[in-house]
Design a protein around this ligand. Structure first.
Ligand SMILES: Cc1cc2nc3c(=O)[nH]c(=O)nc-3n(C[C@H](O)[C@H](O)[C@H](O)COP(=O)(O)OP(=O)(O)OC[C@H]3O[C@@H](n4cnc5c(N)ncnc54)[C@H](O)[C@@H]3O)c2cc1C
Length: 375
C-alpha cells in the first residue's frame, strides 16, 4: 500500500459529492474545505506518494509576506498552517541579480520548505477532516458526472475538480484556452549558501529567470526559460552553466513546467472546476504557485459546499477569486509582459536598468504591485 493511501481501489464507494483530480496543494486544499463543510470527497492522484518526486524550488513567502502580497485574502492563519517539520530554513533577504552579478537587496521573509513533507502534510490535513484518497491511479477521462481511471474503474460525483497541475486531464479535454508553459530544470546541492534568496535575470535565463534558494545544509538551484528566446540553446546547457557557478555536490536533479500566462478566463464549466496550476494560478512575475493554489483551493472548496448545501452558483468561486486575487494577478501579468520584453535586452542594458534609482520599480514587479498605470 502506498504512503498516502489508506483504502484500496475496490473498497472505495463509487458515488461521491465531489471528486478532485490531483492531491497537490490545490487539490488537497479543496478536499480539506469540502470535507470540513461536511461533504464527502474523493481525491484521486496518479502518484504513489503525493509530492514525490520533487518538482519545485520550494520557496514560499511567510504569512506576513502573504498578507502584504495579497491584502484582500482573509485569514492566512487558517489557510497556511505550515508545520515546523516542513520548513527547512527561514530567509531574510531577496537578491535580484542582473548579469553583472551586483544584486539589488531587499528584506524578504520567506520559508524554504521541504516540499515533499509539506505536500504529504496537506494530504494528512485533508484526511483528518474526512477526505478519502486513492493514489497510484491516474484519471484517464471525465464525461458528465463520470471520472474514468486508467484501470477502467469509473467513479461519479456531482462536482468534479481538475487540480491535476499544468497537464490536468479535465483542463485538456474540456477547456481549449492555451497557457504559456515555461520548462524548468533544477538541482539540489549540498553546502552552505547563507540565508538570502537569489533571483537572476538576463541571458543566463532568456525570457525567464534563474534561482538559488538556500536550504538547511544546501540549496535548490534552477533555471526556467522561454524556448522562443533561447536561440536554439537547450535548457540543459543553461542549467549546467548556471548551476556551475555554485560549489557543492549535486544530490538530486529535477524538472517540470510552470504555467506563466496567469489565470485562464473561466475556471467553471457546468459541474466542473479548475484549481491551481490547471487554472493558471501561478503569479507569472515570480513563479509563486504553492500558496496561490491554496488560496484558490480554499475559495473553490467553500463555494462547492455552498453550492451543494444551498444551491449557490459554482461561479461564486470565480467572483470570490477575482475579489481576493484579481488585482494581484493582473499586476503580475502586466509585470511579466513588461519583464519578458526587458529581459530580452542585451545584458549590458539590463545591468544599467538594475540600479538604485529603479530599485523600487524592480521590487514592485516581483511583488505584483502596480509598477505603472499604463500597462
Ligand atoms: C521546477 C518548479 C519549481 C517551482 N518552484 C516553486 C517555488 O519555489 N515556489 C512556489 O510557490 N511554486 C513553485 N512552483 C510552482 C508550484 O510547484 C505549483 O504552482 C504548485 O505545485 C501547484 O499546485 P497544484 O496542486 O495545482 O499542482 P501540482 O502540485 O502539480 O499537483 C498536481 C497533482 O495532480 C496529479 N495528477 C496529474 N495528472 C493526473 C491524472 N491524470 N490523474 C491523477 N492525478 C493526476 C499529480 O500527480 C500531482 O500530484 C514550481 C514549479 C516547478 C515545476
Amino acid at each position: 500500500m502506498s504512503k498516502n493511501e489508506n483504502i484500496s481501489n475496490s473498497e472505495i464507494r463509487s458515488d461521491w459529492d465531489v471528486i478532485v483530480i490531483g492531491g497537490g496543494p490545490a487539490g488537497s486544499t479543496v478536499a480539506r474545505y469540502v470535507a470540513e463543510g461536511g461533504r464527502n470527497v474523493l481525491v484521486i492522484d496518479g502518484r504513489e506518494s503525493i509530492g514525490s518526486p520533487l518538482q519545485c524550488g520550494e520557496l514560499v513567502p511567510t504569512n506576513d509576506e502573504m498578507r502584504r502580497l495579497c491584502p484582500d485574502v482573509p485569514d492566512f492563519e487558517d489557510l497556511l498552517q505550515t508545520p515546523k517539520h516542513a520548513i527547512s530554513l527561514r530567509t531574510s533577504e531577496m537578491h535580484l541579480v542582473p548579469p553583472s552579478g551586483k544584486p539589488l537587496r531587499f528584506p524578504f521573509d520567506g520559508l524554504m520548505l521541504n516540499r515533499i513533507v509539506h505536500d504529504e502534510w496537506l494530504v494528512e490535513l485533508a484526511k483528518s477532516k474526512g477526505a478519502t484518497y486513492l493514489t497510484g491511479t491516474r484519471v484517464e477521462s471525465v464525461e458528465g458526472e463520470s471520472v474514468r481511471l486508467h484501470n477502467g474503474r469509473v467513479f461519479t460525483a456531482r462536482v468534479i475538480v481538475g487540480a491535476g497541475g499544468h497537464n490536468d486531464p479535465l483542463r485538456r479535454s474540456h477547456w481549449n484556452e492555451p497557457s504559456l508553459k515555461i520548462p524548468v530544470k533544477f538541482v539540489l546541492m549540498n553546502g552552505d549558501f547563507g540565508d538570502a534568496v537569489e533571483l537572476h535575470f538576463g541571458s543566463m535565463a532568456p525570457g525567464g529567470y534563474a534561482w538559488m534558494f538556500p536550504k538547511e545544509g544546501g540549496a535548490n538551484i534552477g533555471v526556467g526559460i522561454q524556448n522562443k528566446f533561447a536561440k536554439g540553446r537547450s535548457l540543459n546547457l543553461f542549467t549546467d552553466d548556471f548551476v556551475g557557478r555554485y560549489e557543492g555536490e549535486v544530490s538530486y536533479r529535477g524538472a517540470g513546467s510552470l504555467p506563466m500566462s496567469g489565470t485562464i478566463n473561466s475556471f467553471v464549466k457546468n459541474n466542473y472546476l479548475l484549481v491551481g496550476d490547471s487554472a493558471g494560478m501561478v503569479l507569472p512575475s515570480n513563479g509563486a504557485g504553492i500558496t496561490i493554489a491554496m488560496i484558490g483551493g480554499r475559495i473553490a472548496g467553500q463555494a462547492i459546499v455552498n453550492h451543494l448545501d444551498n444551491g449557490a452558483s459554482l461561479h461564486e468561486y470565480e467572483y470570490e477569486w477575482k475579489r481576493q486575487m484579481g488585482s494581484v494577478m493582473r499586476n503580475s501579468k502586466r509585470a511579466f509582459r513588461l519583464g519578458s520584453w526587458i529581459m530580452r535586452l542585451p545584458d549590458w542594458l539590463i545591468n544599467l536598468l538594475f540600479n538604485p534609482l529603479t530599485k523600487s520599480f524592480v521590487w514592485s514587479f516581483v511583488t505584483c504591485r502596480k509598477p505603472f498605470i499604463i500597462f
